[in-house]
Design a protein around this ligand. Structure first.
Ligand code: CUA
Length: 173
């Protein structure tokens, strides 16, 4: 019996390491399930596919700009191209929830709005969809953050968030 004691001590030490190493991945998998199916947090998916050569005649990209969907809700139809965004200036009132539908007419671009969590790639042929809220009035720059050629560093724009109640912003575009 005396020989059993050290063996059982080692067994408990091993168990002390084995249990957390099982609990960690099980816990992380549980967090993944809760965020994906409980909190509905997903990566931006492909909204739909379009022909990048025919954006001029493909709604809504044939009329890039800001559209008001409802009270405080806006949709921006945006085209990225070498080396600019259309529209490059977006005006919304404070508190606006803005959904960006964006694509590229030529090469791979990006849409990065540092003041929000917005960070998507604009791939020719695919439409990216991402929603952001703008609560504080101010000017929020956005950038192309995928290297797209010689003028990449000039590809930017700005979102002007006006104090709520400003009629020009409420009408959009
Ligand atoms: Cu467009 Cu970089």
């Amino acid at each position: 019996m005396a020989a059993m004691k050290p063996a059982s001590t080692i067994y408990w030490y091993e168990l002390l390491w084995i249990l957390p190493s099982l609990a960690l991945p099980v816990g992380m998998f549980a967090v993944l399930l809760v965020t994906a199916f409980g909190a509905q947090i997903h990566l931006p998916g492909i909204e739909r596919r379009v022909n990048p050569a025919k954006l001029d005649s493909t709604p809504p990209f044939d009329h890039p700009g800001v559209v008001q969907l409802g009270a405080g809700r806006y949709e921006v139809h945006m085209v990225g191209q070498v080396w600019s965004f259309d529209p490059a200036e977006i005006r919304v009132p404070a508190g606006a929830e803005v959904t960006f539908l964006a694509t590229s007419s030529d090469v791979v671009h990006g849409l990065f709005i540092p003041s929000t969590h917005t960070n998507v790639m604009l791939l020719p042929g695919q439409v990216a969809r991402v929603t952001a809220r703008f609560d504080q009035p101010g000017t929020y720059p956005f950038f192309c953050h995928e290297y797209c050629g010689l003028g990449h560093q000039t590809m930017s724009g700005q979102i002007i968030v006006e104090p709520a109640g400003t009629t020009a912003a409420a009408k959009g575009n």
